[in-house]
Design a protein around this ligand. Structure first.
Ligand code: NAD
Length: 464
């Protein structure tokens, strides 16, 4: 078990970081790029250790660890190193004639001291990606990784300690009580990834100091499938996106909403794809992960109670193994349809008419992702237009995460704010408008005593 950081250590790190930032040490772009290069080097050097930690925490395969954790972080760092000189530059904008003559700029500045709190499901990537953005934008960072993925949290801290001055970036280990201690302090920015329930606690704590926050939360991401799709390919993509990391992916399809006339053939195809990906006994597959801890395992087990299992449902508590499971038409009021599943259980709900389909989404919170498999362009566009969600994909799932040109984040209950690539630099920067006036000219009417007739002023303003 990870030991909770001592309050005195937290206090020292916090004060040192405030001091470090106030000395403007994080401002030079050269310095930021240098530390990011060191970080990239260290991640490459430690790749085996990182993958071993991910295996120990979640039994992630080397392939998953590479493609969904380390490569994404490396890509993000490389992009920051390359684009930092451009993104951090003051941008000249056209001036207002009212201020003539002037030169106007937008200058990105770091917020200052940033707190980042992260979860266990992609414990390396979800800790490092926001950290990279915060450092690139010139902030200091305290990172509190998840206590549930302790092996990865330890290697994250080892890497950070070897690369950064602790007054610049520090990892503070511990559970919710440590997170609460940290949240009592005043930060310039808070970035939180995790459940919606804890997101609300974070938002309340941040509000005490009017601290801006990004909240990357969860929710129930639906996946619609209509009769026009190639079924085998659709099933393959759904099985991959649902069962990667044993379903513990914030943007995994949470439940399927399928046109009734293709339901049974889709179910057969899903079962075939599960078998072809993980074999008849996924417990023996090197590519099938495990549930993070017993508490989450028990929650998943409970959610299957009284449900009609179409396939799977096999569990081995000792190994925290929960097999790929398909559930037929769970009632709307059941746990499966009310709470985010965040595991390898996939409910399948059918609809006859489009109208019936829309009823399924009625009254639901805005999800983190929305997927639709269909060859009918107008249907796809209408659905995307009608619903609000964090991010959407047509004819595939979860792949939007991989494009760092797209902002990633939720809306409503699934979060606020977005990051990745340029969006990360943006959220961790305050864009400061600066107007540089000259002493050459003044509009005389601007000073009291003001002109009695406003017509000249209106004429002027209307022409600006
Ligand atoms: P978790 O239990 O690891 O908690 C996340 C972090 O919050 C941890 O560091 C934990 O110590 C801290 N925490 C827990 N209770 C707290 C409290 N009372 N006060 C302050 N901090 C506290 O992870 P989790 O919450 O189980 O994560 C799963 C959730 O995260 C799911 O809902 C999932 O959808 C969501 N998620 C979202 C994203 C995203 O990018 N939007 C990514 C991954 C996970």
């Amino acid at each position: 078990m990870l030991k909770n950081a001592l309050n005195t250590d937290i206090e020292n790190i916090y004060n040192n970081q405030i001091n470090f930032f106030s000395q403007q040490k994080t401002l030079p772009i050269k310095y930021r790029r240098e530390v990011l290069k060191k970080l990239l080097f260290s991640i490459r050097e430690n790749e085996k250790k990182i993958h071993a930690a991910l295996y120990n925490d979640l039994r992630k395969s080397g392939f998953e660890s590479l493609t969904t954790e380390t490569i994404l972080v490396e890509k993000e760092i490389k992009k920051m190193i390359k684009m930092l000189p451009v993104w951090s530059r003051a941008k000249r904008v056209s001036s207002s004639l009212l201020n003539f003559p002037s030169r106007d700029f937008i200058v990105p500045e770091p917020y200052g001291n940033v707190l980042i709190i992260t979860p266990w499901n992609y414990p390396f990537q979800l800790a490092m990606t926001p950290l990279v953005g915060a450092v690139a934008a010139g902030n200091t960072v305290v990172l509190k990784p998840s206590e549930s993925s302790e092996n990865t949290s330890l290697i994250v801290s080892e890497i950070i300690n070897s690369v950064f001055d602790s007054s610049h970036v520090s990892v503070i280990q511990g559970d919710a009580s440590v997170a609460s201690t940290l949240l009592k302090k005043r930060w310039d920015y808070i970035f939180y990834t995790g459940s919606t329930a804890v997101g609300k606690i974070v938002a309340k704590a941040a509000a005490e100091n009017l601290t801006p926050t990004t909240l990357e939360l969860g929710g129930k991401s639906p996946c619609i499938i209509d009769e026009t799709v190639p079924i085998k390919k659709t099933a393959k993509r759904i099985v991959w996106s649902k069962y990667i990391n044993c379903g513990q992916t914030c943007i995994a399809p949470d439940y399927l909403v399928v046109q009734k006339n293709i339901k049974s053939i889709l179910v057969n195809n899903l079962i075939n794809e599960i078998k072809s990906a993980f074999g008849k006994n996924p417990i023996n597959s090197p590519d099938y992960g495990r549930i993070i801890h017993k508490k989450h395992f028990d929650k998943l087990k409970l959610s299957l109670k009284n449900q009609k299992i179409l396939y799977g449902g096999i569990q081995d508590e000792k190994q925290l193994y929960f097999g790929p499971t398909l559930v037929d038409e769970p009632p709307n009021e059941s746990i499966l349809m009310q709470e985010e599943i965040f595991g390898p259980i996939l409910p399948i709900i059918s609809f006859d008419s489009e109208n019936q389909m829309h009823q399924i989404f009625k009254g639901r919170e805005k999800p983190l992702a929305f997927y639709i498999f269909s060859n009918k362009k107008r249907f796809v566009n209408n659905v995307f237009k009608r619903y609000s969600f964090g991010g959407g994909v047509a004819n595939d799932a979860i792949v939007h995460f991989a494009n760092d040109n797209l902002p990633f984040g939720g809306v409503g209950n699934s979060g606020m704010g977005e990051y990745h690539g340029k969006y990360s630099f943006k959220i961790f920067s305050h864009y400061k408008p600066i107007v540089k006036r000259s002493f050459l000219f003044d509009l005389p009417q601007r000073y009291a005593p003001y002109p009695k007739s406003l017509s000249f002023l209106k004429f002027l303003i209307n022409r600006l």
